[in-house]
Design a binder for this molecule. Sequence first.
Ligand code: SAH
Ligand code: SF4
Ligand code: F3S
Length: 441
Amino acid sequence: MTEAPKKLHIKTYGCQMNVYDSERMAEAMSAQGYELTDDVAAADMVLLNTCHIREKAAEKVYSDLGRLRPFKEAKPDLKIGVAGCVAQAEGDEILRRSDLVDLVVGSQSYHKLPDLVARAGNGARPVETEFPAEDKFDHLPARPRQARPTAFLTVQEGCDKFCAFCVVPYTRGAEVSRPAEKILREARGLVEKGVKEITLLGQNVNAYHGAGEGGDWSLARLVRALAKVDGLERIRYTTSHPNDMEDDLIAAHGEEPKLMPYLHLPVQSGSDRILKAMNRKHTAEEYIRLIERIRAARPDMMMSGDFIVGFPGESDQDFADTMTLIREINYGMAYSFKYSPRPGTPAANAKGAVPAEIADARLQELQALLTEQQRAAQSAMVGREVGVLFEKPGRMEGQWVGKSDYLQAVHVKGEGLAPGVLARVRVTASAPNSLAGELIG
Ligand code: SAH
Ligand code: SF4
Ligand code: F3S
């Protein structure tokens, strides 16, 4: 008689790298006889893969832990693990704050998860938050559990930039690039399982410099090699830093049709004074000129970004400069946040805190402008022809949903559509967050 599989429930917070990591942890645990479940009540183990970027994200973990108490009471041998960036940042402090947690595993130690799970329980509460010298990816299987047309692939991890507000250099450690051949092998494996689009991930993905045939490979070189993989139709990468946007990468955008015309390039602020205080090491003007060069290589490039309002010392004029930059660039989509002081970062001790009401008002004003730009970008698509990679059925009978080259959701009714079908579509209508279209030909 074989043992019934145990059930693992994973909740993922934060960025795409956490999504990728959760998949890898699920794969590592499936080798230990754990199957994924969406149902917490059915789980033998719950893993929270956490995010430390803003206070709200980090505190959410503790309220979610509180919500697990009845499940643990109903099933005392339920194991609860905390992984990800809160685990990395807070370590055994988590055990003190919550008696429900059985194990803590930092983001660099996921290959040790099966061992930690085996050790946890009966009073043992293992914590693993080292930055080990070995390559965790060598120990984590990359076997997609289900066929999906899109996948993430981590190529670079960590950050050496130390923006004054940001915890990532501490939670993810120094920049490390994976060797090109390992990435190519993983990509080919994904394509064999039906993946058509790969998003290369890194905290500073365009700082990628991995060992490859003939020496050091840039991200552009990696992209060009990936573009030669038969069956891989689309390549994206995220997140980039303006200072690492090298000429060969910009050129690749003009020359490599598989590289999609959508670029997430955070700037955070349009004020040189604030950029300097943030330690971003570039000016607003340099960012604007950079995007001009990118658009010269790829005129239809859709830009996306991140903004922080209410950074310490931000004046009305600084904020006005950010609004000016946004008008100048014209974003297709963007994320914006109210500054959240993070323990251990240089800005946490900075003078000139912006009162909450002012920061809230600025955030509203900035989001109104970004929403208006996004709406305009969406309606400018009407009448245009665009590639769409279909992912899943839509809500209406016979309707399918996919993503455009510019990462917009597109709804289409048509014959022969299925996950993984890449088709040309004429856009017929737009809404703020999605498009409708019809198949061409
Ligand atoms: N490596 C990426 C992403 C970093 S985190 C980059 O360089 O942009 C994603 C976004 O969260 C950041 O771009 C920033 O806009 C926001 N962010 C980071 N720390 C923050 C903080 N302390 N308060 C508010 N927003 C923050
Ligand atoms: Fe954080 Fe700056 Fe590094 Fe991005 S570049 S991860 S914002 S420190
Ligand atoms: Fe959050 Fe860590 Fe990603 S702090 S944004 S999960 S790198």
